[in-house]
Design a protein. Structure first.
Length: 240
């Protein structure tokens, strides 16, 4: 979901794997063209249930005694640090086949989410990094957050980054029962360096939550456990 990579995982690799979700990409023949499309995001169509400040107060403040790696950020989804970093990292990256440029995205890839209230916090553990994002789209957009499907023929594709080639494999996993609905995605990159990324997105009353784990030892079990913890905390701290 967010580009929260360990220092041993090259940033461009993790960013590319999640760029469609993080940068709000919408089609294109190369990653650079997709990133260029993010400059024009549509405003939210109706009122959100929560403000960015309220969402920030509902983010996890510790995980197994580990405090956040930095101060939680809040604002519009398109302005969050991880989003802008992903946009700036994409130019010059070539994906083959080109139709798979957005394969690792999610429903949040839609530019319509760029203006909705959002907040993000990140954590660093021994071998894994994690992020939690909360958004409050209008009710008419809640279902869209989980609508993305991997395009046909794009469960595996190649990317050329800085003169090096990486292979990406994407799997749509069966998501756990969280909130009203949830979706789960695993992205693995192999090549000169490797990345293993798990993302779970859920929707509930007025809120979309997304948890991402990045690291060679990131796992489905850990992603699901952290998402359930994040959901319970957010539910307890948000009141409409």
């Amino acid at each position: 979901m967010f580009s929260v990579q360990l220092s041993r995982v090259p940033g461009a690799i993790a960013v590319l794997a999640l760029a469609a979700a993080a940068a709000g990409c919408s089609g294109g023949t190369t990653a650079a063209q997709s990133a260029a499309n993010t400059g024009h995001v549509a405003p939210a169509r109706a009122a959100s249930a929560y403000t960015a400040a309220q969402l920030r107060s509902a983010l996890l403040t510790s995980v197994n005694g580990v405090r956040p790696a930095g101060r939680a950020a809040a604002g519009t989804y398109g302005s969050l640090p991880g989003i802008t970093a992903a946009r700036h990292s994409m130019p010059g990256v070539k994906i083959t086949p080109a139709r798979c440029a957005n394969a690792s995205g999610t429903g949040l890839s839609s530019g319509n989410f760029g203006k909705v209230p959002a907040s993000v916090v990140t954590f660093r553990f021994a071998t894994v990094a994690a992020s939690e994002v909360l958004l409050s789209p209008p009710a008419s957009m809640l279902a869209d957050a989980l609508a993305h499907k991997i395009p046909a023929g794009c469960t595996r594709y190649r990317a050329r980054i800085g003169g090096k080639t990486y292979t990406y494999r994407i799997t749509q996993e069966r998501a756990p029962r969280i909130a009203d609905a949830a979706t789960e995605l695993n992205v693995r990159a192999t090549g000169p360096a490797t990345a293993n990324i798990w993302t779970i997105i859920y929707r509930s009353h007025g809120v979309v939550g997304a948890v991402t784990l990045v690291g060679q030892h990131a796992s489905k079990a850990a992603a699901e456990a952290l998402t359930k913890l994040a959901y319970r905390y957010a539910k307890a701290h948000l009141t409409a």
